[in-house]
Design a protein around this ligand. Structure first.
Ligand code: COA
Length: 388
């Protein structure tokens, strides 16, 4: 099996965009082409994520539409939908297409618009997002995604004594990181006091514990290891884990342990030949502060039960022992659902090339991205290495 490498990365600023999905994705894709130095004619296949375009803006069958817009009509093009893990799965398939020898140069990415530019307000978007929860057991109860992660986090608090103050520290850290990222949705700092005084969204989460609804797009160019040698600063994909957990959450034995993340991380680390103790930094799926705490433990970066303590002690901040979400994460960078997974890969690529500017993790050579979907039922963990 050949290995795959990322040789080009692009993304829009995350926030509010009134351009149609095609144009938004085009910005990210052309940036990735330029970064790689490839021509659209070089692209042999296209894998991308868009979770909810049909429900949010009556826009489906996006594969040929996006391909046409970025000048690659004619190549096989495939849309993925895995709730919030949508574009990590698209990226995984792009990497596998290269690893299998089927294609040499592939475009992967994602795009989504979730703000009121779609004509949908917060209650409507919350209802649409809830379609990713269990149709028979969760949706009839009125469970929303802030509610799903609030339940998992409450269990974590019960098991380990994690506090609301520790959760708030995660938000403070990610807003501090997001301030260093000019593509982040939010550029403003917050404080533990501000987080704890915010309106309750779903106990224990307050406004500042939640990621926002965002619009945005991200894209990467993936090539075979052999071709990568001809490119400037390729970053190698050395592990791809993908696992599912039982859904609905009432059937999970240890809901706070997020088993799919543990399984996906084990797969990725086995392929990489290293584990969480050797990771220099990570991008994890912090859709809510409690989700980052559980993810950092599940993928082996922090001891079980200590995710909140680690954030409060600064261990997961830039400059700390294991920086988590140097981009600002979903909390501050934003969360345009289908664009989030490949945006994490963009951050890993820039950091491992040493070009992340003020938020650069010094001497970073090994990193992981953790992207989850639905009621913690799908998780992908991607391990990447700088080519030294
Ligand atoms: N973090 C920080 N600030 C936020 C924010 C967030 N998540 N969401 C909104 N704000 C800010 C807005 O910028 C705005 O500030 P301003 O008054 O200075 O302009 C203010 O709060 C009100 O914004 P509004 O859009 O009216 O918020 P809302 O009450 O409609 O929605 C949430 C806030 C938290 C309920 C909404 O963002 C949410 O549901 N987030 C979770 C999304 C989700 O579930 N994603 C899937 C994850 S699995």
């Amino acid at each position: 099996m050949v290995r795959a490498s990322v040789v080009g990365a692009g993304m829009t600023k995350f926030g509010v965009h009134d351009s149609p999905l095609q144009e938004l994705f085009g910005q990210a894709a052309f940036e990735a082409f330029d970064d790689a130095g490839v021509d659209p004619a070089d692209i042999e296949a296209f894998y991308f994520g868009n979770a909810m375009g049909g429900q949010t803006e009556n826009d489906t069958h996006l594969a040929p539409k996006l391909a046409s817009h970025v000048g690659i009509a004619g190549v096989p093009a495939q849309r993925f939908e895995d709730a919030c893990a949508t574009s990590a799965n698209a990226f995984k398939h792009a990497v596998e297409a290269v690893e299998s020898g089927r294609h040499d140069v592939v475009l992967a990415g994602g795009v989504e618009r979730c703000t009121p530019v779609t004509g949908k307000d917060t209650p409507e978007m919350t209802t649409i997002f809830a379609s990713a929860s269990h149709r028979q057991y969760e949706q009839p109860t009125g469970l929303t995604f802030p509610g799903v992660f609030a339940l998992l986090t409450k269990r974590h608090m019960h098991e380990y004594g994690t506090t609301e103050e520790q959760l708030a520290e995660v938000a403070v850290k990610n807003h501090a990181h997001g301030q260093l990222n000019d593509r982040a949705h939010f550029g403003k700092q917050t404080s533990v006091e501000e987080v704890l005084e915010g309106p309750v969204v779903a106990d224990p989460f307050r406004l500042m514990d939640c990621c926002p609804f965002s619009d945005g797009a991200s894209a990467v160019v993936v090539v075979s290891e052999e071709k990568a040698a001809a490119f400037d600063r390729p970053v190698d994909v050395v592990g791809l884990g993908h696992a599912t957990d039982v859904a609905p959450i009432c059937d999970k034995h240890t809901p706070h342990a997020t088993q799919a993340a543990r399984d996906a991380a084990a797969q990725a680390y086995a392929q990489a030949g290293w584990d969480g103790s050797e990771v220099d930094f990570a991008e994890v799926h912090d859709c809510f502060t409690g989700a980052e705490v559980m993810a950092s433990e599940a993928i082996g970066l922090i001891e079980d039960g200590q995710g909140g303590v680690a954030a409060a002690e600064g261990r997961t901040s830039l400059g700390g022992e294991i920086p988590i979400n140097p981009s600002g994460g979903l909390k501050a960078k934003g969360h345009p659902i289908g664009a989030t997974g490949t945006a994490q890969i963009v951050e890993l690529t820039e950091q491992l090339r040493g070009i992340a500017g003020e938020r650069q993790v010094p001497d970073a050579t090994r990193a992981v991205a953790h992207n989850l979907g639905g009621d913690a039922a799908t998780t992908l963990v991607t391990a990447m290495e700088a080519r030294l």
